[in-house]
Design a protein around this ligand. Structure first.
Ligand SMILES: [Zn+2]
Length: 313
């Protein structure tokens, strides 16, 4: 009995060695993606040649995420780590240090033109009190909300995969080109959706300022009581200012976000009498069976919710 188990083990070692020696059975590239949008891009570019582990999962909030020991293990084993950068992942440096990962850390916003964010609501009263006449300007990290930038993320991912796995490079470039074509089509749909909304109605409210790049690219204005991060609560004065804007008919619709507590938005909705228009996916995709399981589904969901709430269709 013992002998036969031993023989079986020996056989499996030989088999594994044989597989390992053949490039046709090369192990997939171990990729860690900091959050769901990047994981989706990586799967579209990498296909079967990669294994993706996602740190901040569906409906998760990367701004305030606390990494787990399992995240550190995944980082330590990774060949490549894909991150947004621009301080989107507040946890990143701690996790890199804790895991002692040797993986290349690829910042996908490389090549993106960053947008500065000057808070209109969040922190504005504190700044007023300090006599500085407005909030502190910071870099908006949510570059992925513009499809033009999504194309840059995809190009950066293909380059990183090619550098790590030259045998797969043609496949990565082919996949990236095919996915970029799909992004081009979605971009056309987003532009058409916004164009169908009268200019006077192109102002909406969300809970945090996640849509600066969308606003810049497509011309829909977003107001939010919370700034570009979710790590601090908005003040009562900020919320009152927003309520006034809505009462003066300066916002056409109001939305909750998938990653944040809806309490504040529900409060603004009840004080203004505007019904919450639906859920926008801001900093994370939905669960696989939800309405925004992929980046393209997220864009479709968001324009459908926005058009539906403003135009009532
Ligand atoms: Zn955010």
């Amino acid at each position: 009995m013992l002998k036969s188990i031993h023989a079986a083990l020996a056989m499996s070692v030989i088999t594994l060695t044989a597989f390992g020696a053949s490039s046709a059975f090369a192990a997939p590239l171990k990729v860690v993606a900091s959050f769901t949008v990047i994981a989706d891009f990586a799967k579209n570019v990498g296909g079967d040649r990669i294994d993706v582990t996602t740190i901040v999962g569906p409906d998760g909030d990367a701004h305030v995420y606390e990494p787990s020991p399992a995240d550190a293990v995944a980082m330590a084993k990774a060949d490549i780590v894909l991150v947004n950068g621009l301080h989107f992942e507040g946890f990143l440096q701690r996790l890199v240090d804790a895991s002692a990962t040797k993986a290349s850390i690829i910042t996908l916003t490389k090549g993106v033109t960053p947008i500065d964010f000057k808070p209109e609501f969040a922190d504005a009263d504190a700044a007023e009190a300090a006599g500085t006449g407005g909030g502190k300007t910071v870099t908006d990290p949510h570059a992925f909300q513009s499809i033009a930038n999504a194309r840059i993320y995809v190009k950066n991912i293909a380059e990183a995969f090619c550098a790590a796995d030259s045998e797969g490079c043609v496949s990565y470039q082919t996949n990236a080109a095919a996915y970029t074509k799909k992004l081009d089509a979605v971009e056309g749909e987003v532009k058409a959706a916004i164009a169908s909304i009268p200019e006077s109605k192109r102002v909406v409210i969300t809970s945090h300022d996640a849509f600066g790049y969308f606003e810049h690219a497509y011309g829909l204005t977003f107001l939010a009581p919370q700034g570009v991060s979710t790590d601090s609560e908005p003040s009562a004065a900020d919320v009152a200012k927003l309520v006034n804007q809505v009462k003066q008919d300066k916002a056409a619709a109001i939305f909750v976000e998938n990653i944040t507590n809806p309490r504040l938005i529900e409060q603004i909705a009840s004080e203004t009498g505007i019904k919450v228009g639906g859920t926008l996916y801001s900093d994370a995709l939905s669960q696989p069976d939800g309405p925004a399981a992929t980046y393209i589904d997220m864009m479709h969901n968001n324009i459908r919710q926005i058009k539906g709430a403003i135009l009532g269709s």
